[in-house]
Design a protein around this ligand. Sequence first.
Ligand SMILES: C[S@@+](CC[C@H](N)C(=O)[O-])C[C@H]1O[C@@H](n2cnc3c(N)ncnc32)[C@H](O)[C@@H]1O
Length: 279
Amino acid sequence: MFRRSPPRAENHDFPSTAPKNHDFGRFSEGRFRHTAFQGRSREWFCANAGSPPALCRAAPSRPDGELLASLRAFADVYRARPARYASNAGGMNVNHAFSLWRAATRLQPGVVVESGVHRGFGTWLLRQARPEARIFALEKSDALKVWGLDYFEASNRTALLMGSEFQDFNDVPWDELLTPADRAGALVVLDDHTDALFRVAGALRAGFRHLWFDDMWEGSHYSLGHLCRAEKQPLRGLAPEDQHADAAWLLEHLVSFHETPAIFDGCATGYPSALLRVS
Ligand SMILES: C[S@@+](CC[C@H](N)C(=O)[O-])C[C@H]1O[C@@H](n2cnc3c(N)ncnc32)[C@H](O)[C@@H]1O
């Protein structure tokens, strides 16, 4: 969760809310793809998962009973997911899905904005978690043409901003679509592999405060993983002191931070899901 951003009039000039010296052009989607992690094996990923995100303040952990009840409710929903999401290659796996479920069911937002939809599994899950919410699903690719409408949660409470309807999250005129209260209470789901600071700054500028990021990893874009871990991975074109400055900017705005623990440890036991043994 992030601090309420300054009133729009004070906050209108984008660079005033952005980290000092942060050249967003350098990290915009498509311009920052460091390749050090591509083509690596699962074993390599497991051995290089990185340290806990110690720099970012963690929220207090919740009682076990509440977490277990939440996991059981999620397991029922996950088990009943449509066959088209039995495997969700290129998208969220069970660990990410539980984290998203938990964010949506605990915050209970009236509005959800999802950037990076792929085949629509996340949108489907969000609809199960929040049957009445308004969902804005933003996807850069022409996913509707590729997968077909059947893949996507289609209702008059979901706006599919894809293909010719696509607008980047940072460019959507959110103040014309949503009231300040809607935006302050909304959950923003970011799974578009775009520079995390670009998204945080854009979200705060638009009046959003609750952000969920899929990726803490350091393999495809400038993620919270790069910012929240004390030891900085070397990044092409970015010195460790720049990363520390970016992390300091993030911490200035951050109220609470929580990384959902994995419920299925693929690194120790292999991929078939053990989650559904919880019952
Ligand atoms: C990891 S997938 C998303 C997985 C999805 N959330 C799920 O439920 O499984 C990332 C997606 O982000 C999309 N994407 C890339 N840049 C984007 C942008 N600027 N805005 C929205 N989507 C974007 C890609 O086309 C891709 O489909």
